[in-house]
Design a protein around this ligand. Sequence first.
Ligand SMILES: Cc1ncc(COP(=O)(O)O)c(C=O)c1O
Length: 462
Amino acid sequence: MAFDAAALFADREAERYALHTRHLNGQMVRVLKTIGFDVRFRAGRGQYLFDHDGNRYLDLLSGWGVFAIGRNHPTLRETLKGVLDSDLPNLVQMDVSILAGALAERLLRHAPYLQKVFFANSGTESVEAALKFARAATARPGVVYCSHAFHGLTYGALSLNGDAMFRRGFEPLLPDCLEVPFNDLEALERALASRDIAAFVVEPIQGKGVNLPDEGYLQGAAELCRKHATLLIADEVQTGLGRSGRFLAVEHWGVEPDLVVLAKSLSGGHVPIGAVLTREWIFDRVFDRMDKAVVHGSTFAKNDLAMAAGLATLEVIEHGRLAERAARLGERLLGAFERMAGQHELIKSVRGKGLLIGIEFGAPQSLKLKASWNAIEAVSSGLFCQLITIPLFKHHNILIQVAGHGIHTIKLLPALIISESDCEWIERAFAAVIADAHRVPGAVWSLGRTLMGEAIKARAAV
Ligand SMILES: Cc1ncc(COP(=O)(O)O)c(C=O)c1O
């Protein structure tokens, strides 16, 4: 008899928070209940989510960026069903996968200066592979990464994490990893000068905080890497596959990295996947003899569902010209937010590329607002942003969050298939909530007092 997951979802739907509190991460349940995001989502279609009562939400998180083509895209759905119905000889291990070959070939068309692909099951696992490849290819120990970087949470990737909150309690991390400020070519040159550095790992646009490279930074970094025989690894896990308005974000600056890391939306979001695109000579140094054919790998990598999902997703992205769409709609939204920034002192800056957009808030000048800002920020740095995200969710059905821990930037990371009318929805909602946040006293700041109370209570309970 078939196991009916949908029936189980319906039967036990009301227990979801209790089940998680009992058996999984109870802190996550506390967060959801505190900020009022516990609306019991029951369906996802395209760029929208539907809660228990059938209300429609516009999802600007897209599962941390995995649903670039939207949830349950019909092409992907048919592809995955087709794989399961075809009795393919999946994961034979002592054979090679046709689907993996075809996906590698299609991916490399987007980076013709690279020749080989290594598949993995996640972003962090792909970063680990890139690190191992760089060390093996250069016979050097060091890795340089940027402040505020995020490359995943396994040990190698965590060793390149630019935020102490993620690292604290998990040390010691990988040795020989050196942090340099993002956008600082002099610091990078000093770090590379030892000639002990295997790789410089960088997100072309940093996801935590949505930090853009200065003009010339990535080109300069590529030149320095070449000069010091260090490999340039572009982590495009979040920025890749059309998100920034180009297939790869490095294309905006004409940079050709030695390794490109992809994951997230490569499988359309429903199957874990990761990939490292690299130069042939690097690959050949890792897999240099027959007895080392499996020196690095992972059991589930190259599984048929992930590979077929990757091919279907590329089809949707290429045919739908989703990179161009992201560029066009991103420009529209950036323009609208810039106009809001001109009118509202709480907005410090607006930045982004394509459909990766950050709105940074900052301390206001006017006295009444400043006192309220200082009070909430004294309780917890970054808490102000919840005064924007919560009303967006509660009153405008927009799901969004901050772009990192302790920072003041809210990040838009929607599906690339959003429409002009979704953009109107976003612009209307943000304009209303941000205007409200400038009224003291007002509903937004009374929510602020409630949140401050919760934060103080939570701290006292620890
Ligand atoms: C730039 C970047 N690299 C790596 C990762 C890690 O990916 P995963 O969560 O699939 O391990 C992320 C995840 O957010 C990311 O944004």
